[in-house]
Each structure stands twice: as C-alpha cells, then as structure tokens.
Unconditional design. Structure first.
Ligand code: HEM
Length: 149
C-alpha cells in the first residue's frame, strides 16, 4: 500500500469540508421548501445546518492556508504569478461565499422568522443562498485548477 503523507491528510480534510459546505447548502435548499408546511421546522433545520456549516467553513480556511504552503505558493505570489492570481480569485470567491451565507443566516433568516406567515418571502433570501453556493462551487473549481498545475 502507498504511504499516506500529512499534506494528503490536510487536502483530504479540505475536500471533506468543501463537501459539507457545498453539499449541505444544496441539501438544505432542496428540503427547506418541503419543511415550510410544518410550523418552525424549516427554521429549525436551517439552524441545525449552521452547526455543521460554520465549522466546515473554518476547516476550509485553516486547511486552505496549509494547502497553500504545501503547494509551495507564497502569499507574495498572489498578484505576481498565474497560480497566485488564480488563488487570489479563489479567495475572493471564498469571501463572497462566506459573506453571502452569513448575511443569509444571521440577518435575513431571523428577519424572515419574525414576519407574518402570509407575507411573501423576498427573492433576495433565495438569491443570497444561491450566490453563496455558486461562489463556493467556483472556488472548488479554482482549487482543482491550482492542484492540476
Ligand atoms: C468555500 C471554500 C473552499 C472550497 C469549496 C475549496 C475547495 C477546494 C477543492 C475542491 C480543491 C481541489 C482539491 C483537489 O483537486 O484534490 C481545493 C484545493 C486547494 N485549495 Fe481550496 N477550497 C476552499 C477554500 C480555500 C481557502 C480559503 C484556501 C486558502 C487559504 C484554499 C486553498 C487551496 C489550495 C492552495 C488548493 C490546492 C492544493 C494543492 O495544490 O495541493 N482553499 N480547494
């Protein structure tokens, strides 16, 4: 059997965390509409998802920094080499994904919970979720591109 090295363990955790961050958002988006019929269930499911989502996001950030060093990319490369610029674009997408998810979870969702049941849900709520997952999917693509260089 081939040996397992520590950079591979870090990358493995990075990929597992990406699966939770992206896969969790896709899954929650798929089931939330079904849960809206039951009183408080959609909100409770959303809150439970946060319990796994933010640790996964933190794990992505920590393992991402270690991946960067393991891949031999210096922070001074960010604007200077094509790999560095790809990582910079990826970091922009990661920031966008985190910011959109945070706005959705901590500002919009609590406001939506306070509204009357008959009030239509603002389209911005779904849009922020879509923005977060799309940015994360594109960040994953750039990660694969960096890995392939
Ligand atoms: C939403 C957040 C993120 C997602 C979804 C994500 C996803 C991924 C994926 C899928 C890969 C490819 C793994 C492979 O091809 O085997 C990867 C690689 C990589 N990621 Fe991330 N990542 C995220 C955040 C970050 C952050 C914050 C950093 C840096 C601070 C980072 C740095 C890297 C690096 C340098 C690689 C290439 C590793 C190598 O060449 O060995 N990632 N990422």
């Amino acid at each position: 059997m081939l040996p397992i090295h520590s950079p591979q363990i870090v990358l493995w955790i990075h990929i597992l965390a990406a699966s939770v961050w992206i896969g969790g958002q896709v899954t929650i988006a798929a089931v939330i509409p079904l849960l809206r019929g039951a009183d408080g269930l959609a909100a409770a499911a959303g809150r439970r998802y946060q319990v796994v989502a933010w640790p996964a996001f933190a794990a992505l950030a920590v393992t991402g920094v270690i991946n960067t060093s393991n891949a031999g990319i210096a922070w001074s490369d960010l604007g200077g080499t094509s790999t560095g610029r790809t990582l910079a674009a990826k970091l922009g997408l990661v920031a966008l994904s985190g910011a959109a998810a945070a706005m959705h979870a901590f500002l919009q969702a609590p406001a939506l919970r306070r509204r009357k049941a008959s009030t239509p849900r603002p389209a911005a709520s779904a849009l922020l979720g879509l923005l977060s997952v799309t940015a994360a999917i594109l960040a994953a693509l750039l990660g694969v591109v960096i890995r392939g260089t």
